[in-house]
Design a protein. Structure first.
Length: 183
């Protein structure tokens, strides 16, 4: 049992060490990067307000729905970014934020093509420039997700090794000693 407690302490104490060793970014840095990413995403809104797909002649009606979906996706991304900033150790929050960012990126690139073709090439370039300026933030988020997943895998390996060692110790104890320990 002492062996299991020791392993748990090693696991818990390894979090700050891993964060400082270059593997996983410290929480303060993650929060700063997320705030910068959220700010970059908000820069899309003034550009998108100028887009009027309902006035596009000959354009598929799907662009109108796509514009609405982009607005919703920006809001969803803002919410998931806040959730991740509140709990940067949550892999599910990191993945949700990353997938939302990827989805928004794809939607905006497609929308920019429509803007270029049906409304104003200069406006499309403005949107494309905003996308390009957010590329570094997207890359930092991607790298954080990869690092966090690797860290979580390492945590699981350590916990599994400790569990195996505990099972081994318990299986070598005489049957009577196990019953006494439970009481």
């Amino acid at each position: 049992m002492r062996l299991g407690l020791y392993g748990l302490m090693v696991l818990l104490l390894s979090w700050p060490a891993a964060a400082q060793s270059g593997g996983l970014a410290p929480e303060w840095e993650v929060r700063k990067d997320l705030a910068a990413l959220a700010e970059q995403v908000q820069r899309f809104k003034p550009i998108l307000e100028q887009v009027k797909p309902q006035n596009w002649e000959g354009a598929p009606a799907g662009y109108i729905d796509q514009g609405k979906r982009i607005g919703a996706e920006i809001d969803y991304l803002a919410a998931s970014t806040q959730a991740l900033a509140a709990r940067p150790e949550k892999l599910t929050a990191a993945l949700t934020t990353y997938f939302r960012m990827q989805s928004l990126d794809l939607l905006l690139r497609s929308y920019a093509d429509g803007i270029r073709k049906y409304q104003n090439p200069a406006l499309a370039e403005l949107l494309q420039g905003a996308l390009t300026s957010s590329a570094a933030g997207r890359e930092k988020l991607r790298q954080y997700v990869v690092d966090l997943a690797a860290y979580k895998e390492q945590q699981f390996r350590v916990a599994d090794q400790e569990a195996q060692q505990c099972r081994g110790v318990l299986s070598r104890q005489p049957q009577g000693a196990r019953k006494e320990e439970r009481k």
